[in-house]
Design a protein around this ligand. Structure first.
Ligand code: C5P
Length: 232
């Protein structure tokens, strides 16, 4: 066990039309965040977990931690107003002995322990990587409603989390972003913007991010299928 994991979980349920953090919504009888945490805990590679949260959710998150009775340290860290700000707060809270960090969205509740383990192996070799899968659709670049480009699909991958980095590199990239006012939707983009190479680790087709009620229904279906496979 070697790896530190940060879980941004300080969003809201706004895009889902929920009146609370979507990570507290039930999925097969457990809050979404609990599924994410259980997979991370089952990964032998992960030794320490920091969860970025809004203070209004501390009580509910703590109740989830108590349910799980985690065999490794889990810390609550105050989130920010954007995902980027939440991750920055998490990075500042890493223990001083942390040289490498994984970052994984709380909303990707179907990531498997095997994916975390493979990411830990990648972390030993790479300064920065993201889990990603090749895209299946043809992707169009659009201005208004007019297509302005059709990039070669062979070069397109859909970004997921976990993303992993040497801790000092990603901290410095976040600091530069703060100074220069960069706003991005994933952490790899910051390393890319400061000119550092980021590589790909094969992600999982089922590693979806719960954003809509359809995603929740698909997540439920996938989890039931996994249970059937275990029972067979
Ligand atoms: O909204 P979206 O699902 O894209 O957010 C990705 C992840 O970032 C979620 O797990 C969410 O809880 C987290 N987040 C955060 N702080 C924010 C906004 C989002 O930690 N201010």
């Amino acid at each position: 066990m070697s790896c530190h994991l940060l879980i941004p979980a300080a969003g809201s349920g706004k895009r889902m039309g929920a009146d609370r953090n979507k990570l507290l919504l039930p999925l097969l009888g457990k809050p979404i965040l609990q599924w994410t945490l259980e997979a991370a805990i089952a990964s032998e590679a992960i030794a320490w977990i920091g969860v970025m949260a809004q203070p209004a959710d501390y009580k509910d998150f703590q109740a989830i931690f108590n349910n799980i009775e985690p065999p490794k340290p889990i810390r609550l860290i105050q989130g920010g107003t954007t995902r980027q700000a939440s991750v920055f707060n998490g990075l500042l809270t890493l223990p001083p002995d942390c040289s490498h960090v994984l970052i994984h969205d709380g909303a990707r509740c179907l990531a498997t322990p095997d994916l975390f383990d493979r990411c830990d192996v990648a972390l030993q070799k790479m300064q920065g990587f993201i889990a990603a899968v090749p895209v299946k659709d043809t992707i169009k670049v659009v201005d208004g409603l007019t297509i302005i480009d059709t990039p070669n699909r062979d070069q397109l991958w859909a970004a997921q989390t976990p993303q992993g980095f040497q801790a000092d590199l990603i901290k410095n990239a976040h600091l530069t972003a703060q100074e220069l006012g960069w706003e991005v939707t994933d952490d790899a983009a910051l390393l890319e913007k400061v000119g550092l190479a980021v590589q790909i680790v094969m992600g999982e087709e089922t590693n979806l991010k719960v954003t809509t009620h359809q995603d929740l229904a698909i997540a439920e279906f996938i989890l039931k299928q996994r249970q059937i496979q275990i029972d067979e």
